[in-house]
Design a protein around this ligand. Structure first.
Ligand SMILES: [Zn+2]
Length: 215
């Protein structure tokens, strides 16, 4: 018996949701390398045999929402492209329970946003529309509410105020969580570095080397 799980095990994970099946796969393989193919095999619906298109997002949520540590080739040079590893099953303390806008408030946010993702990066809005295909992350765009300034939250007042909310696609919900630790209100610097491109990482490394007086 090896540590690898082959596609013959496709129906091994019978949990109800994609997220639960991926979680079970990692918990069964603590400290072991898990490949993209294994994740897709485990995430595949045990009854319909349908491969989920959003598995990558579910994986990100295991990190950001559930608090698992799941390393990828972005975090560890020991991992090859498309390899992942859960070193232990410890959970980081969870952020406070999610507050959502009131229905009427969310409706006016969606109208303002023209039912498109409002994420801004370098002055460019994402603009992916509800129901569209996400050309980068894959999957179908579903807009969900994001609290603009989670550290200043005043739950009762904010739930009715459209200015406190923006509509984000799933990919940018995950990205925002990487950039911003809503539990402490601090920027998640490591999350930013992990999601940065190689050239941005090189730039950061250059900065740190200069800062610490390395050559
Ligand atoms: Zn977006």
């Amino acid at each position: 018996m090896t540590s690898k799980i082959y596609s013959a095990d496709k129906t091994k994970y019978k949990q109800k949701t994609v997220s639960q099946r991926i979680e079970a796969l990692f918990l069964n393989n603590l400290g072991k390398v898990v490949t993209r193919q294994q994740i897709i095999a485990a995430a595949t619906d045990p009854i319909t045999k349908k491969e989920p298109e959003n598995w990558h997002q579910r994986l990100s949520e295991l990190r950001t929402d559930k608090g698992y540590t799941i390393l990828s080739w972005r975090d560890s040079r020991d991992l090859a492209n498309q390899e992942y590893l859960m070193p232990h099953a410890d959970l980081r303390p969870k952020a406070a329970k999610r507050v959502l806008p009131l229905a009427a408030c969310w409706e006016s946010v969606l109208q303002r946003a023209d039912h498109k993702c409002e994420w801004q990066e370098d002055g460019q809005a994402c603009m992916l529309a509800e129901g569209e295909k996400d050309p980068i992350g894959g999957g179908t765009v579903k807009l969900t509410p994001d609290h603009v300034t989670p550290h200043s939250i005043n739950p009762d007042a904010d739930r009715a105020d459209p200015k406190q909310w923006q509509a984000l696609c799933g990919r940018h919900q995950v990205m925002k969580k990487n950039y911003w630790d809503s539990g402490s209100g601090k920027i998640n610097l490591i999350g930013i570095l992990q999601s940065a491109s190689k050239s941005q990482k090189e730039e950061a490394l250059k900065f740190l080397n200069a800062y610490f007086g390395n050559e």
